[in-house]
Ligand binder design. Structure first.
Ligand SMILES: *Cc1c(COP(=O)(O)O)cnc(C)c1O
Length: 402
């Protein structure tokens, strides 16, 4: 009989964000009372919340420069554009990623070329080495926090003269072999959208050690003639080389966003430890279920377990659909990357029909059974029990049918 194993229900909403720390709320209220929500002042130089965030973020990562913008996808677009990449340039990207990433490459006017992803959800190094010969840049998306062998990636990029831009939307606080993500290549791009590690609703940050890229990114971001009010920006003589030749695109971050982000940056390391504890607990329960496999994570990968991915193996799409709807009935809303039509925050390369059709049999196979759950910091042991029980029951019911 279908659905006989247990009656667990998940009461927790896994998509519920964590509250903004009180210090961020207070500062945001102060700003609203003053009306000073724009990052620049006509009279007062520097010292805005946005400039302070840029300084603190650059220092946190150990990079020279940081530019705050209005979204993570903007940061990627800006990194490409400020590096002079666009029309006629081929930009590689791993095929397991989120829609804003190929979107940012398209926005820059470049041609995205998708690279296969592995069953462990990172870029396929062999396919990367093959395709690097024809490409100017790689946007490496550490999708859902999975970090490729960065030593190997850096070598391939260097060998082929490919500029490396990292998409660190899910790896704020993460790294590879002791070095933070976002510091391996020309630029690192971060998102402050609500479902990432730092929540401003919307927001993005670009970091780099390249002074020309940094100055151009500031000018593109819409600094008017107030670039001296930036934190972690290059000196004036660098701006002098680019002023007048870079259009103002008005992609700025609001002071309100920066005000709520700064206290979260202070809490980040503690939150990373908590996420990783929860990930380890959930991972051991899910990996023990027959028909479920979880990605192997190398020792050098310092991931942030703010979500968990697992693959349902050995089931046809219709059966996976039934498993997911049984979970839904018990309050466990599993995201599934194998759907024919995209839904919510999942999508797959086959849905991006504005790109040249790509043959990516390995990634297609991986995505067919790939599922995803967010791990909110408020998750508790009974929630973990419920998740494991519901999933086990939903899979069992399928075994009963077959
Ligand atoms: C969220 C996300 C982005 C883009 O972030 P936005 O701030 O929403 O533009 C980029 N890459 C990945 C993998 C993401 O999950």
């Amino acid at each position: 009989m279908v659905g006989t194993s247990g009656s667990a229900r998940l009461e927790k909403d896994l998509s519920e964000p964590d509250p903004i720390p009180a210090a961020g709320v207070d500062r945001a209220v102060e700003l609203m009372e003053s009306g000073r929500l724009h990052r620049y002042g006509e009279t007062g130089g520097g010292g805005s919340e946005v400039a302070l965030l840029e300084d603190e973020f650059a220092r946190y990562l150990g990079r020279e420069y940081a530019v705050a913008v209005n979204s993570g996808a903007t940061a990627i677009y800006l990194a490409l554009t400020a590096a002079g990449l666009g029309s006629g340039d081929v930009v590689l990207v791993n095929s397991f990623t989120l829609a804003p990433v190929p979107g940012a490459i398209e926005h820059a006017g470049a041609t995205a070329l998708l690279v296969e992803s592995t069953p462990d959800l990172v870029i396929d190094l062999d396919d990367l080495a093959d395709k690097a010969q024809a490409a100017e840049a790689l946007v490496l998306s550490h999708m859902r926090g999975h970090i490729a062998d960065m030593d190997a990636v850096a070598i391939i990029c260097e060998e082929h003269g490919v500029a490396l831009i990292e998409d660190c939307a899910h790896t704020v606080g993460g790294g590879w072999g002791g070095r933070p993500t976002g510091t391996f290549g020309l630029a690192g791009c971060f998102s402050a959208q609500t479902f990432k590690h730092l929540n401003a609703g919307e927001g993005g940050l670009l970091v780099t050690d390249d002074e020309d890229l940094a100055a151009r990114a500031v000018l593109y971001s819409g600094s008017y003639e107030l670039f001296d009010q930036h934190g972690a920006a290059p000196p004036e003589d660098v701006f002098a080389r680019h002023r007048g030749s870079v259009p103002n695109l008005s992609l700025r971050m609001s002071a309100l966003s920066a005000a709520v982000l700064r206290p979260q940056l202070e809490l980040l390391d503690g939150r990373v430890s908590r996420w990783n504890e929860l990930y380890a607990q959930l991972e051991s329960r899910l990996a023990a279920l027959p028909g479920i496999s979880t990605p192997v994570r190398p020792l050098k990968e310092q991931y942030v377990g703010s979500s968990i991915q697992f693959r349902i193996t050995g089931l046809e799409p219709a059966a996976i659909e039934r498993v997911i709807s049984r979970c839904d009935e018990r309050g466990l809303h599993v995201k599934w990357f194998g759907r024919a039509e995209p839904r919510g925050y999942t999508s797959s390369f086959s849905h991006w029909r504005y790109l040249d059709a790509a043959s990516l049999p390995q990634t297609a196979d991986v995505l067919a059974g790939l599922c995803d759950l967010r791990i909110p910091l408020s998750l508790e042991p009974p929630d973990i029990d419920a998740i494991a029980e519901i999933l086990a029951g939903a899979l069992d019911a399928e075994a009963g049918i077959a």
